[in-house]
Design a protein around this ligand. Structure first.
Ligand code: XMP
Length: 319
């Protein structure tokens, strides 16, 4: 299918067409979808509810690697929009699956399998749904097919048939769009600005921001650093900003004693479509404040750095 650029997109027409397609494909059956609160899955949730009403069951999978307060916040935003979201506590399952894994692609694969095979497989069986709706966009497909990063939600383009592998069909209404197009559609669907203008967040969530093993403790460290980073950079007009936990520890000092501690890297990107990106020229005052808050407020962190390389050759996330 061909790309629809944000300039060429007519959101109202697009919505009408996708609602018809979803209704036609699902017929009088049931479908499920997972809402993460990002703009892609939020747009899909609204499209699916327009098409199917109560015949779409929307779940928030609490995988233990989301940002602070996310499940509560997203459930409440969608409640205001009249959409019921059920939270599934799958934290133990995900941490068990990631135990001992340090390789980036193996980590992504463990998350993918836990989502699609274990958690969705079970939800599909329990609900009787035959279709899963999800918000894959064109950029996800491009990078996966190019072998750069295996995005968690790409199957057919890799020759994987979800129906054979997982037992359900996948519908991807946003597959012709990039992020800027999805934002237009999300706004036209009546989503609040905090959602349609929300910065991107990866499917593998905070596990994409922990170099090495994603244990509950290490995820908690990056979660706290992320909360501070998002608070301090909220007024910066950047494409995306993040905190990353490095695998190596470094020698620091606290109260006159040696403290061999953790290292956080901040990245803040200027980008239009995530295909290329440059670090934002943040002020030194802001960088100072970030370093001070993170070393004081996040237990065990003794070093904070700012990523200054471009994409390529970097990518935006570290995993
Ligand atoms: P990279 O790290 O590839 O990221 O430069 C480009 C954009 O994609 C996001 N990203 C993902 N999004 N599933 C997603 O839905 C993924 O597996 C994934 N990996 C990276 C990343 O946050 C950035 O916006």
């Amino acid at each position: 299918m061909d790309e629809i650029t944000a300039e060429a997109l007519n959101p109202e027409e697009f919505i009408k067409q996708k609602v018809d397609e979803i209704s036609g494909t699902v017929g009088d059956g049931l479908a499920i979808n997972a809402l993460s609160g990002g703009v892609d899955s939020s747009a899909v949730t609204m499209l699916g509810h327009r098409a199917l009403g109560d015949r779409l069951k929307t779940y928030f999978i609490d995988n233990g690697i989301m940002r602070q307060g996310e499940p509560e916040r997203i459930v409440s935003v969608f409640k205001d929009l009249g959409v019921h979201v059920e939270v599934i506590d799958a934290r133990t399952e995900f941490f068990d699956a990631m135990r001992g894994i340090t390789d980036p692609e193996e980590k992504r694969e463990a998350i993918t399998q836990t989502f699609y095979r274990d958690v969705f497989g079970r939800l599909v069986k329990e609900s009787g749904a035959k279709h899963l709706l999800q918000g894959t966009i064109l950029t996800d497909v491009d990078e996966t097919v190019a072998g750069i990063k295996r995005q968690h939600n790409v199957f057919l383009q890799l020759g994987i048939d979800p129906e054979k592998t997982f037992g359900y069909k996948i519908i991807e209404p946003l597959i012709q769009l990039r992020k800027d197009g999805v934002r237009k559609v999300a706004e036209a669907l009546g989503l609040p600005e905090e959602i349609y203008n929300r910065m991107p967040f990866p499917g593998p969530a905070l596990a994409a921001r922990v170099i090495g093993e994603a244990t509950p403790e290490r995820i908690e460290t990056v979660r706290q650093a992320t909360a501070i980073t998002e608070e301090e950079l909220a007024d910066v007009r950047a494409f995306q900003y993040m905190a990353i936990l490095h695998e190596d520890r470094v020698t620091g000092m606290r109260n006159g004693e040696r403290d061999y501690g953790a290292q956080i890297e901040i990245r803040c990107w200027d980008s239009v479509d995530a295909r290329t990106a440059r670090p934002t020229r943040l002020s030194y005052d802001l960088l100072d404040r970030l370093a001070e808050r993170i070393t004081n407020e996040v237990p065990g962190v003794v070093s904070v750095t700012y990523g200054i390389a471009t994409k390529p050759p970097s990518t935006m996330e570290v995993v």
